[in-house]
Design a protein around this ligand. Structure first.
Ligand SMILES: *Cc1c(COP(=O)(O)O)cnc(C)c1O
Length: 452
């Protein structure tokens, strides 16, 4: 990129920006980029878990906005002094909790650029590149995942929202006019309660297809029309993988929408030897994968792939007059693919990340995360003081301390161990409960991305 916006009109546009009071980039902008670079390099300077007390950040700040503008340097200093100590550092090398989010330098710069463009992609014409780069970047991602071309993609903020839209599409696809209870079940708030049936899992935490088939029969027998099955590739607690090929058979037979939640683990399918991660997913109706989980893309960016994007559009297209636009040829208007009207330019960061690392660079990094997790699992298995509580197919290991002569209750011991580890400021682990047992959970990541 050249130093100035193209066209030689930069001085005019700067003058105009000043006139309109937008202000240019504050002096100190370059310094901020350097600061960000140092921060990403040296996140271990900070305790991984914030040590502030509840209310501390709020009370350090005045209750009113300043009457007149303040110098950028004062604001920036307060970020370092007051805000940074209140952060839990997801970039810290000792952050092993949840799913260690792996942002990357190019992704951060892409966010910077996207904010500068401030493009709002509700309609194709409100920024054609927002719509079309989304198609391109998701096309690349779809091929990397090995999904068929029949899947169209759309970007949302989170997997929660992606899945909501997939289920809205499933409802749209119910052939008979569904009973209003179905609508209610699938509407945002109704989803969790009466409309949701949990299916039993086997001893390795995978959905049991026979239990699914029985539940469908039972529902139909009771006059309830099932409409969708959600299978998970990489469950949140233990990263187990449901038997999607068997579930797809049942869904085909029963004519049910199959949505696959591969938010975290889907990207593992890119790694040679791990293609089977998404086995059977080519037969799903929709699938969600989160580049912001394990694809070096800063939060937030979730990709929904759907065979029937028209169903999502049927469910959500609602166009007031002032937004009617007629473009030559068929264009997609992102506002028709969901609840939101305005859309952020998220595709930019996915596209930049995929280009910067390349498919091979990404595969190498994801493979390295899995190697590190296997390595940790081997340590646990070799130890006579710790034991593993679940298979570790990806980058997460669930384990607990189980010494020969435990002093008291094992759950209690492990909860205290977790608190002690997390109080060091060097490591942050999360926990889960497996078969009633308190489990420590370690999600591998690379503290610093390998050079491209
Ligand atoms: C993280 C996760 C989600 C939720 O992701 P958001 O993007 O935060 O909504 C859903 N499903 C699975 C399997 C996940 O790992």
């Amino acid at each position: 990129m050249s130093q100035h916006p193209p066209g030689g009109r930069h001085s005019t546009s700067r003058a105009s920006a000043r006139r309109h009071g937008r202000g240019g980039v504050p002096a100190g902008g370059h310094e901020l980029v350097d600061w960000i670079g140092r921060y990403l390099e040296e996140a271990e300077r900070y305790p991984v878990l914030s040590r502030v007390k509840p209310g501390e950040v709020r009370e350090a700040l005045p209750p009113e906005a300043p009457a007149s503008g303040e110098p950028w340097s004062a604001i920036r200093d307060d970020v370092e002094r007051l805000i940074v100590p209140g952060l839990t550092h997801w970039n810290h090398p000792g952050f092993f909790a949840y799913f260690a989010i792996s942002a990357s330098g190019p992704g951060v710069l892409a966010e910077f650029l996207s904010a500068a463009f401030n493009a709002q992609g509700m309609l194709w014409r409100t920024s054609p590149a927002v719509t079309e780069l989304e198609e391109v970047a998701l096309g690349w991602l779809r091929r990397l995942l090995g999904l068929p071309d029949a899947f169209e993609g759309v970007i949302y903020d989170t997997a929660s929202i992606s899945t909501l839209h997939a289920l809205a599409a499933a409802r749209q696809a119910v052939p008979e006019h569904a009973h209003s209870s179905v609508d209610k079940a699938v509407m945002t708030l109704g989803l969790g309660q009466s409309g949701l049936r949990r299916i039993d899992a086997d001893e390795r935490f995978r959905l049991r297809p026979a239990a699914l088939a029985a539940a469908i029969d039972e529902d139909r027998g009771n006059g309830v029309t099932p409409l969708a099955v959600v299978a998970t590739v990489g469950t949140t607690a233990v990263t187990s993988v449901d038997p999607v090929p068997d579930i797809a058979d049942i869904c085909a037979r029963e004519r049910l929408w199959l949505h696959v939640d591969a938010a975290y683990a889907g990207v593992a399918a890119m790694v040679p030897g791990h293609e089977q991660t998404l086995a059977g997913c080519d037969r799903a109706d929709s699938l969600v994968v989160n580049p912001h989980k394990w694809l070096f893309t800063p939060f937030d960016l979730s990709a929904l792939f759907c065979r029937r994007m028209d169903r999502i559009e049927e469910a959500f297209a609602l166009t007031p007059d002032y937004l009617q636009s007629r473009e030559p040829g068929a264009v997609r208007n992102l506002m028709d693919t969901g609840v939101q009207l305005g859309r952020r330019f998220r595709a930019l960061k996915l596209w930049m990340v995929l280009r910067y690392f390349g498919a091979d660079g990404i595969r190498r990094r994801i493979a390295e995360h899995m190697r590190l997790a296997r390595c940790f699992a081997d340590w646990v298995d070799a130890s006579d003081r710790f034991e593993r509580l679940a298979p570790a197919p990806f980058s997460v290991v669930c384990f607990r301390a189980n010494p020969a002569a435990p002093a008291g209750d094992l759950d209690d011991l492990n909860a205290r161990l977790l608190d002690a580890v997390n109080a060091t400021g060097e490591v942050f682990l999360s926990h889960t409960r497996l078969d009633g047992r308190f489990a420590l959970r370690l999600a591998e990541h690379l503290d610093r991305l390998l050079p491209a």
